[in-house]
Design a protein around this ligand. Structure first.
Ligand code: SF4
Length: 288
């Protein structure tokens, strides 16, 4: 495959065929993020996309999953996404699912009928970043959307039949907004009731606005104990029956997995063990 710049995928797409159908992120402005700072958002030429899928067909005997990169593939016009989905399922009849990242904006600009059409043509799930349910945090981090708008986008995707996977970031509220960030993020996720919820933990990337705030002393990075206190508060407020909850990213101090709400007592007990120092990932082992 030919890739332009850094390529990211959710952990659950580790065994998927990844093809860029767009480049970069349509927002590219979050204060903590350097993922796509090496490129401007752009549509990849259809001819190149076709060539990559045809090459993959020649190289791989079995392609069960396809992930459409980069950061906001859903921003591509619907008729082109329909064409891409047709190409995928034509070339790979064995393919069981196609997924992509979506931004609140790319969901907003699509009509419910367009989202339903994409679902019918085989787009099964979109991954969307909430980051925080607290507007003060979203504003500080320049997410470009209020929590209400992100929740509405998530609900719209689900109403169209798309599965939804949503991530939030522990520690994004610093000490100043620790409590609101935990509680309001739990509320926003509960309102979307997505199939999957992922909690990452904030890491400070070089060259980002966040890094300069940390250097200047205007943003305090939470330590492991504070992150776990925030997580415990979050778990006491989340109410999202059936959602698969994962906190198993390399950035997390503690690994947690379970199904909400049934596993909440066990998840909270595990966090409390972590607060007593058991089973924590050491700082130097953390990564994005
Ligand atoms: S966090 Fe997501 S939306 Fe924000 S700049 Fe990074 S990729 Fe784009």
């Amino acid at each position: 495959m030919r890739y332009l710049g850094k390529v990211y995928r959710p952990p659950s797409e580790a065994y998927s065929l990844i093809v860029q159908v767009t480049y970069g992120c349509s927002h590219n402005g979050c204060a903590f993020c350097d993922m796509y700072d090496d490129k401007h958002f752009a549509m990849r030429p259809m001819q190149e996309i076709r060539e990559d899928f045809e090459l993959a067909r020649r190289v791989y005997r079995h392609v069960g999953r396809v992930f459409l990169a980069d950061g906001d593939a859903l921003m591509r016009p619907t008729r082109e996404l329909v064409e891409i989905l047709g190409l995928i399922y034509g070339l790979f009849p064995e393919c069981e699912r196609v997924t992509c990242y979506a931004s609140p904006r790319s969901i907003q600009v699509k009509t419910p009928e367009e989202l339903q059409l994409l679902r019918q043509r085989g787009l099964q799930m979109v991954y969307m970043g909430l980051e925080s349910g607290c507007d003060a945090v979203l504003q500080k981090m320049n997410k470009g959307h209020t929590a209400e708008a992100i929740v509405a986008a998530g609900q719209k995707a689900r109403q169209a039949g798309l599965k939804l996977s949503v991530t939030a970031i522990s520690g994004l509220g610093s000490t100043e907004h620790l409590r609101e960030h935990a509680i309001e993020t739990a509320r926003a996720l509960s309102a979307m009731n997505p199939e999957y919820i992922g909690l990452l933990t904030l890491m400070v990337e070089p060259g980002t606005p966040l890094e300069s705030w940390v250097r200047e002393g205007s943003f305090t990075v939470l330590n492991a104990e504070q992150v776990l206190q925030e997580t415990e508060l979050f778990l006491h407020h989340i109410d999202s029956p059936g959602s698969v909850f994962r906190m198993n990213h390399a950035s997390n101090y503690l690994t947690l997995k379970g199904t909400l709400n049934d596993d909440l007592p066990a998840l909270i007990a595990r966090v409390q063990e972590g607060l007593r120092g058991r089973g924590l990932r050491s700082e130097f082992m953390r990564a994005l």
